[in-house]
Ligand binder design. Structure first.
Ligand code: SF4
Length: 215
């Protein structure tokens, strides 16, 4: 079996409660969504078909116990589900960074889900697959809101409340869209919200720059 892959690389985890940890990334090609602020449009097409065995060999060379499967939308390829099973069987700690449009139902329960909920400014909020929120597990899964403006912040707060996300997840991540000029205003909103959420900056972009690839 194989997958269409845009890049495989070793770096540090830039986001989530795992930020700062060494992590191997398998970035799959393709995404059915078109978020306005998407920073990985280069994954929409192209890529290379790579066999599971070749991907595993590369991960073994990296020698890192944490692997993130990301995209594009990683769950859009049907072969990703047996691939995740195999990663878990091999003893990797597996993170799945998904855009929230595809159902997470078939993801191996040993893998940790980091689920985006698309806010209005993404242009894709109506495509959130809401049953995914009901599957989140407090001991291991995280949910992420990318915030552009006040309407997004209000939408995030309403969704957190409606789906009881503070209790349903390990972490609720509030992530400013990279480059927004009111970062301090968002930090203030988060600090004054009274909510048990985490301001989630994309560490890799501060280290290597917003356009760097393979980091
Ligand atoms: S879901 Fe992710 S990869 Fe797809 S368009 Fe949105 S930000 Fe880009």
């Amino acid at each position: 079996m194989d997958l269409r892959v845009t890049e495989i690389f070793l770096s540090i985890q830039g986001e989530s409660s795992h930020a700062g940890r060494p992590c191997s990334f398998v970035r799959l090609t393709g995404c059915p969504m078109r978020c306005v602020w998407c920073d990985s449009e280069y994954t929409f097409a192209g890529g290379e078909r790579i066999s599971f065995d070749d991907i595993f060999a590369k991960l073994e060379d990296f020698g890192c116990g944490l692997v993130e499967v990301t995209g594009g939308e990683p769950l859009a390829q049907k072969n990703v589900f047996p691939f995740i099973n195999a990663l878990c069987d091999q003893g990797y700690e597996v993170l799945i960074e998904t855009g929230g449009y595809v159902s997470t139902e078939r993801v191996d329960p040993r893998a940790k889900i980091i689920l985006d909920v698309k806010c209005p400014a993404s242009g894709e909020a109506e495509r959130n697959h809401w049953p995914n929120l009901e599957r989140l597990r407090p001991e291991m899964d995280e949910v992420k809101f990318v915030i552009v403006d006040m309407a997004d912040w209000e939408f995030a707060k309403e969704t957190i409340d409606k789906y009881d996300l503070i209790n349903r997840t390990k972490e609720v991540l509030i992530s400013p869209a990279h480059g927004i000029d009111n970062l301090s205003a968002l930090a203030e909103l988060v600090s004054q919200s009274g909510l048990k959420v985490r301001l989630n900056l994309q560490l890799h972009k501060y280290i290597w720059g917003a356009d760097a690839r393979g980091v």
